[in-house]
Design a protein around this ligand. Structure first.
Ligand SMILES: [Zn+2]
Length: 297
C-alpha cells in the first residue's frame, strides 16, 4: 500500500506528514498558471517532463502535519474531508493508524479557509472532528469567510460562480461548528511554544505560515503560498484561486528567500507526498529539492 504517513523530527519535536488523499484536477494550466505567457509556459512544462497539450490532469496531494512538541499535540490543517471526493478524507483514518485519536489533539492550526484545509473540521452530522482542540486561525481570514462581503470580493477577484459556491459552502459548513473552540490571532504570535504564526497573505486575506522551531532546526509550513514546484522557479505565475495575485507574488518572494537563506526544511501541502524538502536559489529564483530518498515505500 502507498504510504500515507511519514515521520520525521524537527529538533526535539516529533513530526508526521499525514495524507488526506489526492484530488485530481482537470485543466491544471488554467488553475495553476492562468496568467503565464503561453510560449514560456510550454518551455517550462517541457523541462518538467510535461507535454502542454497532454497535461489534462494534475494530482493535487493533500498532506497535513502533526507536531508533537512534548507538551502539545498540534495538527496543521484538516484536509478536504470525504464529502466532495471519495479520494480524500483519509486524515482521521491515517491518524488512527498511527495511534492518534482525534481527542488527543489539543491544537488545530488552520492556515486558511479553503475547502482542502478546513473540510475535515467536522465529521458526519456536522459535529467537530477534534472536540478537545483549540482552533487557531488568523482573524482576518475568519472575518472574510464568515462575512457577507466574501461573495462580492470573490466575484470581483474573477472567481466564477461554481468556484465561489464551493468555497462559500465549505466555509458555511466547516467554520461555524468550531466557533466555540476558536482562538483568532491578529498579529504574529507563538501559538504553542515552538510554533509561531506568520501572516503570508495573498492566496487568501489571512493566509498563515506556521513556523515550527526546535533547537536550531526549523520547518516552514508554506501551505498554499506555493502550490506547484514550478511556482518556485516562476514565482510571478499566480494561481486562479489566489485572491490577490500581486500580494501572492510578493509573499512568495519573502517566503522562498527566507527558506533558502535559513536552509529551513519546508512542508508544501500540495507537493507530492510527503511534501517535504528544501528551497535552493537558482538563476535568480528558486528550485525545489524534495528529499525523496528518505521515503522508501
Ligand atoms: Zn490548498
Amino acid at each position: 500500500m502507498k504510504k500515507e504517513s511519514f515521520s520525521f523530527r524537527v529538533g526535539q519535536f516529533q513530526c508526521m506528514a499525514v495524507s488526506d488523499g489526492i484530488h485530481v484536477y482537470t485543466d491544471p494550466v488554467s488553475l495553476l498558471f492562468p496568467g503565464a505567457p503561453a510560449e514560456h509556459l510550454e518551455k517550462v512544462l517541457r523541462r518538467h517532463n510535461l507535454q502542454p497539450d497532454e497535461w489534462t490532469e494534475w494530482k493535487g496531494t493533500y498532506t497535513c502535519l502533526l507536531v508533537s512538541t512534548g507538551k502539545n499535540l498540534v495538527l496543521v490543517d484538516t484536509g478536504l474531508g470525504g464529502r466532495l471526493d471519495p479520494g480524500t478524507g483519509r486524515l482521521l483514518h491515517n491518524l488512527q493508524a498511527e495511534g492518534v485519536s482525534p481527542g488527543d489533539i489539543d491544537t488545530v492550526i488552520l492556515t486558511h479557509a479553503h475547502p482542502d484545509h478546513i473540510g475535515g473540521n467536522i465529521v458526519e452530522g456536522g459535529r467537530p472532528a477534534f472536540p478537545s482542540a483549540r482552533f487557531v486561525m488568523w482573524k482576518k481570514e475568519w472575518d472574510f469567510w464568515t462575512s457577507d462581503r466574501a461573495a462580492l470580493e470573490l466575484a470581483e477577484a474573477g472567481f466564477d460562480e461554481h468556484l465561489r459556491e464551493i468555497l462559500l459552502q465549505f466555509a458555511r459548513e466547516n467554520l461555524p461548528p468550531i466557533k466555540g473552540q476558536l482562538d483568532l490571532i491578529e498579529q504574529e504570535t507563538e501559538i504553542v511554544p515552538g510554533i509561531r504564526a506568520v501572516l503570508t497573505a495573498g492566496h487568501t486575506p489571512g493566509h498563515m505560515m506556521p513556523v515550527i522551531s526546535s533547537g536550531d532546526e526549523q520547518l516552514l509550513y508554506i501551505s498554499d503560498a506555493v502550490v506547484h514546484p514550478i511556482h518556485m522557479e516562476q514565482p510571478q505565475w499566480y494561481m486562479a484561486t489566489d485572491i490577490s495575485p500581486e500580494q501572492t507574488v510578493a509573499t512568495r518572494h519573502q517566503i522562498l528567500d527566507k527558506a533558502a537563506s535559513d536552509k529551513a526544511l519546508v512542508h508544501a501541502f500540495h507537493f507530492p507526498f510527503p511534501g517535504l524538502g528544501y528551497v535552493v536559489r537558482k538563476e535568480g529564483t528558486w528550485q525545489w529539492q524534495p528529499f525523496m530518498h528518505l521515503v522508501t515505500e
